[in-house]
Design a protein around this ligand. Sequence first.
Ligand code: TRP
Length: 339
Amino acid sequence: MSEVSNGKPRVLSGIQPSGNLTIGNYLGALKQWVEVQRDYDCFYCVVDLHAITAAQDPEELRQKTRESAAIYIASGIDPELSTIFVQSHIPAHSELAWMLTCMAPLGWLNRMTQFKDKAGKQAQESIGAGLLNYPSLMAADILLYHADLVPVGDDQNQHLEFTRDLAQRFNHRYGETFTLPSVMNPQAGARIMGLDRPTAKMSKSDESEHHAVYLLDDLTRARKKIMRAVTDSQREIRFSDDAERAGVNNLLTIYQAITNKRPDEIEAHFAGKGYGDLKRAVADCVVDTLEPLQARYNELMNEDGYLDSVLKIGREKAAAIAEATLKLAQDRMGFLAPS
Ligand code: TRP
């Protein structure tokens, strides 16, 4: 029962307020969020409940949550068009997540690549259970709003499949309740890789100085990071799936995602040029993207009360929808309604 508002299908997505948002978050998610906001009824949340699957410093989490919301707006999400809210402001997310956790087979959860990657880096005994149950919370985020489409980087596709499978399981057992969402990956930039290690996805919590360009990086520093990006000992500037050419491919992907040019146009543009030229061109377009974003961000953070009022309105709009869906799901599952 897809719920259509203003005749527009619904979109929902979120980013964790852990670490600092990178150009990977911008090109893999935010840029697409902005592009779809006129054609869809969009809900964009700051997923703080997901962030605590790793230990967070309380003051820092609070700060990053506001900062993330400001970056959404500075990236071009218009609060007049889209609903921006904080996940933990809507208790229905936690409540539905528990109901879904009880329906999620351990086998499915254990197969999640992101869990295996993250769990693999820690001692098995000490891993927080939240890391395993993370996809059920993400499913709750999506299903509460009857989202039709979920724009995310392609590392999240498996979680989307999990969400569909879980929704189907619920609908099958308790009757049609949830809309099955589809994933929407950007045409270019679905996966931006680390500048220092182009075979691993760019992460906002990597320790290395030359790994990521952060959206709030000083512009000189952002440029320097790109100029230092790992490439290879060949010369040709071409898109390639070859692991050895991952660095050049990543720079070309960043360029493509920002300029929206076709791959053949880009290759023709760089024909006969060197890696230095490529890096300068990428640095220029990254800086041109960051400059206005940072200016708007600084305005927002200095504008007393504006951000909080956006989040308050977002919370009210989101709560109305989420609470109705939660009630329906609780009723279907057999919970006694309070009188
Ligand atoms: N798991 C997503 C990520 O790490 C973030 C996320 C949480 C999300 N809930 C969501 C994305 C709902 C889309 C929809 O990128």
